[in-house]
Design a protein around this ligand. Structure first.
Ligand SMILES: Nc1nc2c(c(=O)[nH]1)N(C=O)[C@@H](CNc1ccc(C(=O)N[C@@H](CCC(=O)O)C(=O)O)cc1)CN2
Ligand SMILES: Nc1ncnc2c1ncn2[C@@H]1O[C@H](COP(=O)(O)OP(=O)(O)OP(=O)(O)O)[C@@H](O)[C@H]1O
Length: 255
């Protein structure tokens, strides 16, 4: 917990330094490289070759109303020193992908609303923006083809460090629960600056790993042994490993 706090402030300070030190040209070059890698990921749906091309034989606009017609991706609207996501949001929309953005709830859990262009974003809480349209419920994320999440760092296991509200911990847990019930696996992709893929990030029992991290220079994939187990349920996996109980410390020593 305190380990996380210390690492968070170091990473945020690095981000502020980078924003000041690097010019706008560096930032936009990095953003373009990151975006190019992202848009090539097979996990992100949409037509990569001919944006907005009408299907053969179909006249007019894509059939938005047909159930399941438009693949959906949940992402976020970047702010401050986060890797910029606006070009991603517009690129996804341009290739026919429906995009959801988070709406922060009073308990710091996340609801979702559809991204319908920058001009339809309004000020939300904590310096962020949100779509002005109706919210779709916390579970809306479960139907997405992929989820793009913010983070400050990720480690070689895919363990992600966030801002500390636990918002995305809850989203990742919701997705993991769907998977445990035999539902679809929704790949989770975190966007980072260069140097934010670390050897180790402090992990707590509630942390769920992400699948992919994208930086300007690389795509990192974090394969999960559990995925193989899910296909073959008879493997000898420990069902319910208990961590050794921590010794009650001397904190409240009897006097
Ligand atoms: N772009 C983005 N959207 C997001 C998140 C995020 O990390 N980034 N979230 C991740 O969970 C959720 C919101 N959680 C948040 C938790 C804390 C702060 C925060 O530290 N706000 C500062 C103001 C920041 C600024 O203005 O630069 C503050 O309140 O002091 C923001 C969002 C959902 N949407
Ligand atoms: N599934 C959950 N349901 C409710 N609260 C949770 C859940 N997971 C984590 N939390 C709480 O959220 C708080 C922050 O957790 P943590 O420090 O791991 O945040 P983070 O992953 O860095 O942030 P975020 O998820 O907002 O990006 C902790 O107090 C934790 O107990």
């Amino acid at each position: 917990m305190n380990d996380k706090r210390a690492l968070r402030s170091r990473l945020l300070a690095d981000r502020r330094r980078r924003a000041v030190g690097d010019g706008a040209a560096d930032a936009s070059r990095d953003a373009a490289r990151r975006l190019a890698r992202l848009l090539e990921l097979p996990e992100l749906p949409g037509d990569r070759t001919t944006p907005r091309a009408a299907p053969t034989g179909a006249a007019g606009a894509p059939d938005d109303a047909a159930p399941g017609a438009a693949p959906t991706v949940a992402a976020y609207a970047s702010f401050g020193t986060e890797p910029d996501t606006f070009a991603l949001l517009d690129a996804l929309a341009a290739r026919g992908t429906r995009v959801l953005l988070p709406v922060l709830l009073p308990d710091l859990d996340l609801d979702w609303a559809r991204y319908e262009g920058r001009e339809r974003l309004v000020s939300g809480d904590a310096g962020m923006v949100r779509p002005d349209g109706p919210t779709l419920g916390r579970e809306a994320v479960l139907g997405c083809a992929a989820v793009v999440v913010p983070g400050l760092a990720v480690d070689e296991r895919g363990v992600r460090l966030g801002r500390g509200g636990g918002s995305y911990d809850r989203v990742l847990e919701r997705l993991a629960e769907q998977r445990r019930r035999g539902g679809r696996h929704v790949p989770v992709i975190v966007l980072l600056h260069e140097g934010e893929v670390l050897e180790r990030v402090p992990a707590e029992p509630h942390d769920r790993p992400v699948d992919i991290a994208v930086t300007p220079s690389a795509v990192h994939r974090f394969p999960r042994p559990a995925e193989a187990e899910a296909e073959a349920p008879d493997v000898d996996a420990p069902a319910d490993v208990q961590a050794p109980a921590a010794e009650a410390g001397p904190a409240g020593a009897a006097g």
